[in-house]
Structures are given as C-alpha cells and as structure tokens.
Design a protein around this ligand. Structure first.
Ligand code: ATP
Ligand code: SF4
Ligand code: MG
Length: 339
C-alpha cells in the first residue's frame, strides 16, 4: 500500500531557561492510506510534540525542528509548504482531535456553526447546505436529535458528546488523515470504549487513515494495524498488534503491557505500574534512555545507544538484549511468557 505520511528522522527541541529540551530525538514512522497507526508511550515521551509537528503547530521559537527532519505527506515535505498548501492541508487533508474537547471547541459559537464554518470555507457550501451537512455529521457520530443540538453551545454538551462533536468537526471535510491525540483520556471508561468504536467505524466507513496517540496500550488493541512504542523522544519498538501484544521485545514494552488487563492472562489483580521516572531530556543519557529503569540493563546500555534489531515482518526494536553476544532472555511470565 502507498504511504500517505512518512516521518523521517524527526527531531524537535524547545529552548527553555534551564536548557534545550530534546523532546523528540530522531523518530521515523509511516502511515499508509486508510490504516490506523498507534503511537504509544507514557507522559512526556513526545507524543503531542510529534502530532503537533505533523499538523504544523509547533511554535518556533521556543520550538526548533532540527535540520534533516522530514515529514512527507503524499511525498511532499510539509516543512516546506507554502501558506496556500498549509491551508489546503490543515483544512481538508489532515485534521486533528485533541485530548480536551472543551479547550479545542469555541465556547461562544454554536456547535452546528463550528462544523458548518469549515464546510463553507473548504468545500464552498452555502450556510444552509453546510448546516444540513452538520446535522448529518452529528448524527453519524452518534449524537441524537442533531437537528436541535446544532443550536447548542459546547457547555451544553456532556464530555463524551463534546468529544463526538470534535470528531464531527475533524471529519466534516472528509480528510485523508485524522490525528487523534489521547482522544479518550478525559472520559470515563464506558464512554472511552464508545469513542474508540466510533473512530474505528468511521475509519472503516470513510477510509480515513488514523494516527492514534495514547499512553494506554489497552486502548489500541482492537483498532490499530501497527503500533509504534515511544520512550523519551525515541521509537523503542514497532510492529503489528500481534508482535506487540504476543511477542514484545523491548523491556519498556513489557512494562507497558504489565499495566494492561488481559482476558487471556486473567491478570486483572496483578497490574503494575512502571517504577522510576523517564530521563531528563535536557541532558539525555548517552546510552539507552530506559537504562535507569530497566531490570535487564547491562554495562553497554549505559555507554552506547542500542542499535535497531529486526524481526519477522516489520517488527523491530532498539535494545542491546538482541545483540548476538547478549545473554538470552525470555518473555516475562507476567505478560504471557513460559514460567
Ligand atoms: N513548549 C514547550 N517548551 C518546553 N518544553 C516542552 C514544550 N512542549 C513540550 N515540551 C516538552 O517536551 C516533552 C514531550 O512533551 P509532549 O507534550 O510531546 O509529551 P506527551 O508524550 O504528549 O505527554 P502526555 O502523555 O503527558 O500528553 C516533555 O518533556 C515536555 O515537557
Ligand atoms: S538497551 Fe539495555 S537498558 Fe535499554 S532496554 Fe535494552 S536491556 Fe534495557
Ligand atoms: Mg500529549
């Protein structure tokens, strides 16, 4: 399948009084037409900086996108877009939904108009046509009585409904790619599942590629074709759902998986969170970023950055454990390995 998006060696820093925060340290991944790619990692690992970079929303200064970084959309580098190309890209090609719908929606504008506005600008519809389409979009995302709801303001919607409305706004112009940055973290668990189902249905129905960003591996299991695991501004493992859930390779992925309840393991009571904290991104360690927290850490891990090792298919990981001379380790029992 064709690549819609290719992120190559993306490096983003922020100038602060304390020093330069190296938020994203050379990551690469691609998204094919119509597929769903999940980017997973704990708070502060650079997920939002990555998604904002793809949307052209990094403020410079304080942000700096380093020389050599490339973000290709349909083969064209968005970092070199003209103003006109940006408008077409942000309005019609690529949209984003955020963690918190309340801050992303305009509090002073009726929901219907917030959808219609985009349709009028980007699809040249009249106001009445656009409002009619807004009703259809709200119905599509599961908001009942949409013809009345279009006249309400965001504060009159519940949290889950606001998130649905934001999805409707993002999808109104029929984008080729949707970036969903923690679209469900502000919601309770049942509503979370409904929103994820909704994104999945829409992705299948409309053929939209989705980049789903989350700190919770459990959320991505049914939805993603491929998963990219990030740690401290780098990609540490990538693979399809089977690779990541059933033969994960990186100790950080193991740690993430221990926090996910799994029916097949019956591990609901034994979920553990990851000990320790991520490294300082102003002075990142020269070796593996996970070394301070890794139970398998070896001497070399502190000294040299681990190379990337490839496995079957598109599965790969950056970890010294897969060096031919490293001691052999088995998949931990807690996440499905043999005792
Ligand atoms: N404007 C900024 N100025 C300075 N540092 C920043 C800025 N924006 C982000 N950072 C830093 O970049 C790093 C990555 O931040 P980012 O928001 O991408 O994390 P995240 O993975 O989205 O986390 P979360 O799960 O909490 O949303 C963090 O260390 C953060 O403090
Ligand atoms: S490279 Fe070393 S410290 Fe890093 S995850 Fe692998 S074993 Fe652990
Ligand atoms: Mg974030």
């Amino acid at each position: 399948m064709e690549n819609l998006l290719e992120v190559k060696n993306l490096e983003v820093s922020f100038k602060t009084y304390a020093g330069e925060v190296k938020a994203v340290r050379g990551i690469s991944f691609d998204v094919k037409k119509g597929e769903c790619v999940a980017i997973v990692g704990e708070s502060g690992c650079g997920k939002t900086v990555t998604s904002k970079s793809i949307m052209g929303l990094i403020q410079t200064p304080p942000g700096i996108i380093k020389e050599g970084s490339e973000i290709l959309y349909n083969g064209k580098d968005i970092l070199e877009f003209s103003e006109k190309e940006w408008q077409a890209y942000r309005g019609g090609e690529c949209s984003m939904i955020f963690q918190d719908a309340l801050t992303a929606l305009n509090p002073t504008m009726k929901i219907g108009m917030q959808i219609a506005e985009n349709l009028m600008i980007h699809r040249g519809m009249s106001k009445s046509e656009a409002l009619e389409e807004a009703v259809k979009m709200l119905t599509l995302v599961g908001i009942p009585n949409a013809d009345k709801r279009i006249n309400q303001y965001p504060h009159e919607f519940s949290g889950g409904m606001r998130q649905r409305a934001m999805i409707a706004i993002a999808l109104a112009c029929n984008p080729n790619m949707l970036i969903a940055d923690e679209p469900t973290t502000a919601l309770d668990v049942t509503i979370q599942a409904q929103i994820i189902d909704l994104i999945k249905n829409l992705q299948e129905k409309l053929g939209t590629a989705v980049v789903l960003i989350t700190h919770d591996l459990g959320v991505v299991a049914d939805l993603s074709d491929r998963i990219v695991v990030m740690y401290a501004g780098k990609v540490v493992e990538r693979g399809n759902c089977n690779d990541i859930f059933y033969s994960p390779k990186h100790p950080y992925t193991w740690a993430l998986l221990r926090a996910v309840p799994r029916l097949d393991l019956g591990n609901k009571e034994n979920l553990v969170s990851i000990q320790g904290t991520p490294p300082d991104l102003i002075a990142p360690p020269k070796g593996c970023g996970f070394a301070m927290r890794c139970t398998k850490c070896m001497k070399i891990c502190h000294e040299q950055e681990p190379p990337v090792y490839d496995f079957e298919g598109e599965h790969s990981t950056a970890c010294w454990l897969y060096h031919p001379m490293a001691p052999k380790v088995d998949l931990p029992y807690a996440i499905g390995g043999e005792e």
